[in-house]
Design a binder for this molecule. Structure first.
Ligand SMILES: Nc1ncnc2c1ncn2[C@@H]1O[C@H](COP(=O)(O)OP(=O)(O)O)[C@@H](O)[C@H]1O
Ligand SMILES: [Mg+2]
Length: 406
């Protein structure tokens, strides 16, 4: 059997490609998904990353056949399944709230689907799946005799045992504490490479998406803003949302004042910031450029002019947070607000203190230019915690005013 012949309700020998073509989903009065085009190659570990309410679960429900798309087509292994019933699709889903049958043993839980389909060697397949999640020794127990993390692994075994060509994981680790989460992330990754199925993992946790997936798609308000290898997304974000949702970014908005072949220069409140042309989405007019905090270096005095580096300052350190291996500084620079700097603790003498005057610099090559402006906060419309953010903005404004007077 080739990847293009995905079994209906049978066992897949390999993962299948998943293709979403022009998918949209409108609920009465609300558009949850807009014009979604996506191809996930067979055997890959793909993460759909976005804040709560951006349409991740809806996307999975469409793929699983639990919702009908308003427009568009869904293909699995090259076969159009848009009109296919959920139970006939070669798809299994592990939801965040997994439900095991309380009165059945672990073994019976895992073998249940196989037996219902009349698979003969259901028991041995179930043991195999339990071995995969390292729980075969607990096969005779009931769910309530297992920890939350172990139950989560049983839910995973129950999905994997069906050898779905496509496994959908909807925040399956959300209920676990941090240590268990990390452990499960590693296990999931191992299982995926061992069985070679196509995994579509949905999460709002950027670290989880980055560490686990081959490809990450960042979703915002029902659209995919950017898609690629984790490192590419991190090093070269294309929108303000991606720059801020995936890790942290320092962003500066200004007008392009010089355009050369290899780089362009932006004037942001009197500070010249240069960005390589091929790292900028826009090349003229008003644009937003940025740099990641760990790329920025602190200086006690104005650094010597160097055409390969961008320099901002002076500013004042307004927050120091020491975490052992590194220190995170917040530097407030007039007109530019608070700039984050992560510094590795390589020597005691590099420690700066709250209130110190500093300059900042970073390599031009680490600068990126965005396709949109950094106006709105990246947090979704569902976190309307205006009070606290207003207070934060307020105190920052006060601080900046003070600095300007000084
Ligand atoms: N059946 C429905 N009717 C109306 N709106 C819905 C329905 N299902 C989901 N939505 C809305 O669609 C948006 C996306 O939801 P969802 O896909 O669950 O987001 P996520 O999983 O990313 O948190 C939300 O605003 C949600 O309220
Ligand atoms: Mg969801």
């Amino acid at each position: 059997m080739t990847n293009n012949e995905v079994p209906q309700g049978g066992f897949a020998e390999a993962g299948a490609d998943l293709e979403l073509v022009g998918i949209s989903k409108r609920f009465p009065g609300f558009t949850a998904i807009e014009e979604l085009d996506l191809t996930i190659p067979a055997g890959s570990f793909f993460a759909l990353l976005g804040p709560s309410g951006c349409g991740k679960t809806t996307t999975l429900r469409l793929i699983a056949g639990l919702e009908e798309p308003t427009t568009g087509r869904i293909l699995i292994g090259g076969r159009d399944v848009t009109a296919t019933k959920a139970y006939q699709r070669p798809v299994n889903t592990v939801f965040q709230s997994y439900a095991l049958f309380p009165n059945m043993t672990i073994m019976e839980n895992v073998a249940f689907g196989l037996k219902r389909r009349g698979i003969k060697n259901a028991d041995s397949l179930a043991h195999e799946a339990l071995q995969l999640v390292e729980l075969d020794h607990l096969a005779a127990r009931k769910p309530k005799q297992l920890s939350g993390g172990q139950q989560q692994r049983v839910a995973l075994a129950r999905a994997v045992v069906n050898r779905p060509a496509l496994l959908l994981l909807d925040e399956p680790l959300g209920a676990l504490d941090l240590k268990l989460r990390r452990q499960m992330q590693v296990e999931l990754k191992d299982i995926q490479s061992e069985v070679g199925l196509t995994f579509l993992h949905v999460t709002h946790d950027q670290e989880e998406a980055m560490t686990m997936a081959d490809t990450v798609a960042v979703m915002n308000k029902g659209r995919i803003e950017q898609m690629g290898a984790p490192q590419d997304l991190y090093e070269l974000p294309k929108t303000a949302f991606v720059a801020k949702f995936l890790g942290q970014s320092n962003l500066f908005t200004g007008d392009v004042v010089t355009t050369a072949k290899s780089s362009i220069v932006v004037d942001a409140h009197g500070t010249r910031i240069e960005v390589p042309t091929d790292r900028a989405q826009l090349h003229n007019g008003r644009i937003t450029v940025g740099v990641r905090p760990e790329k920025v270096t602190l200086h006690d005095s104005a650094p010597k002019a160097d055409s390969s580096r961008n320099v901002i300052g002076p500013g004042r350190i307004t927050d120091v947070s020491f975490s052992g291996v590194s220190t995170q500084y917040e530097v407030t620079v007039p007109h530019h607000g608070a700039i984050s700097v992560f510094a590795q603790n390589t020597s005691i003498s590099t420690l700066h203190r709250d209130g110190d005057q500093v300059w900042l610099s970073w390599s031009v090559g680490h600068t990126f230019g965005l396709a949109d402006e950094a106006e709105a906060e990246p947090v979704s419309r569902f976190h309307a915690d205006l009070d606290t953010s207003m207070i934060a903005v307020q105190s920052r404004k006060d601080l900046e005013a003070e600095l300007e007077e000084a």
